[in-house]
Design a protein around this ligand. Structure first.
Ligand SMILES: [Fe+2]
Ligand SMILES: [Fe+2]
Length: 150
């Protein structure tokens, strides 16, 4: 397993997103400007992460009999996350930021668990390393493109 295969890169994203959410929750009484920057960073990261999965992972995994049901659930959970991301406003009051960040963390933790413990292990058996590395390259390219466009 290489650290640059698609699934390993996505797992790294999961870890970073959870850490950032925990940081926001623990510090939402901090200076508004500081928290706003963190919320913006989180929203950008999660938006890009779901876009990458919906481009390079889910359509392909949907074709596999063993993962098609899991992908259905995953799309639904992405939609829940997107709704919560809209409610989480970077200029929101601290108690609102805390409320939606906590809801988002529960949602993200559940979703990540399903991906990492159910979907990804099946895909690691079905897809060869070369395919996963190629998809990993595409993911990194998309990240570069999106970051350059900002
Ligand atoms: Fe996902
Ligand atoms: Fe994910």
């Amino acid at each position: 397993m290489s650290k640059n295969d698609l699934l390993s890169l996505l797992e790294k994203d999961h870890k970073d997103a959870k850490a950032l959410l925990q940081e926001i929750i623990a510090n939402c009484e901090q200076q508004k400007k500081v928290i706003a920057a963190k919320v913006i960073k989180l929203k950008d990261a999660l938006t890009l992460h779901t876009k990458i999965e919906e481009t390079y992972l889910y359509p392909q995994a949907e074709q596999e009999r063993e993962t098609s049901r899991l992908v259905e659930d995953a799309y639904r959970e992405h939609n829940e996350m997107k709704d919560l991301l809209k409610k989480l406003k970077e200029d929101g009051e601290p108690d609102e930021v805390a409320k939606y960040s906590k809801e988002l963390l529960i949602c993200v933790e559940h979703h990540v668990k399903e991906e990492e413990q159910e979907m990804f292990p099946i895909l690691r058996k079905l897809w060869d390393q070369e395919t996963l590395l190629e998809l990993g390259d595409k993911m990194l390219e998309m990240k570069d493109r999106e970051l350059a466009g900002r």
